[in-house]
Design a protein around this ligand. Structure first.
Ligand code: MN
Length: 241
């Protein structure tokens, strides 16, 4: 009896250890076998081909960014979920909006990997070539920044001025005011820990992994190219929320 119990204990520990180290989507279902009540996260499909943003964002960058970088945030977030029962029933937004209410040991993972998963999922939906600003967007941007050109200059300045890795956002704050802000690493303005809170309307990833293959150290060229692939239809949708 003791032997059997030891064996069960050992085998479940072994399986759990193996799964938590390699909790890729392929193994997520198997992990759920051990954690039937946990919500595990999956890499969302882009919804378009890796080369559809060429020549502004190259196919290789898109593929590595999606299947390696974004996947790593999902995998590491799932590892954190697997380790901490307090995280088992939470949506991604619940995690990042309330990170301080979760156990301290999980907070860095929620911030870095939960943030990374949210930010990239949002970013992919914002990318499409050949769209134009909608009526609501144009009016709101003109009212806030004076003109579309002035908005772009201010947004580019913020993205270039961000030291190190992070994101630059156009967000709407609680009063409905549009503001440009930058956040370090994988933070975003939805987070309870963000010094300035709001709802993202536009976000640009200015980590080097987002542009280095094509643009190397020329972040300014990448940021300017971004306007050619920004999906203004999505911006219009977020602007109206
Ligand atoms: Mn990225």
């Amino acid at each position: 009896m003791t032997k059997r119990r030891d064996f069960l204990k050992q085998s479940s520990l072994l399986s759990f250890g193996t799964l938590s180290a390699y909790a890729t989507p392929a193994l997520a279902k198997e992990l759920l076998h051990f954690l039937p009540h946990a919500t595990l996260f999956e890499l969302p499909p882009l919804g378009y081909a890796y080369d559809s943003l060429e020549p502004f964002i190259d196919a290789q960058t898109m593929q590595i960014h999606h299947t390696k970088h974004h996947q790593a945030y999902v995998t590491k977030l799932n590892e954190a979920v697997a380790k901490d029962p307090a995280l088992h029933h939470q949506s991604l937004e619940q995690l990042i909006r309330n990170s301080n209410s979760f156990p301290e040991a999980s907070r860095a993972a929620i911030r870095n990997h939960g943030g990374g998963h949210w930010n990239h999922s949002f970013f992919w939906t914002l990318l499409q070539k050949g769209t134009q600003p909608g009526k609501v967007t144009t009016l709101a941007i003109n009212n806030t920044f004076g003109s579309m050109e002035q908005f772009k200059v201010a947004f580019e300045k913020a993205a270039l001025g961000l030291f190190g890795s992070g994101w630059t956002w156009l967000m709407k704050d609680a009063s409905g005011k549009l503001t440009i802000i930058s956040t370090p690493n994988q933070d975003n303005p939805l987070m309870d820990i963000a010094p300035q809170k709001g709802t993202p309307i536009i976000g640009i990833d200015v980590w080097e992994h987002a542009y280095y293959l094509k643009y190397q150290n020329k972040r300014a060229d990448y940021v300017q190219a971004f306007w050619n692939v920004l999906n203004w239809n999505k911006v219009e949708e977020f602007m109206q929320k």
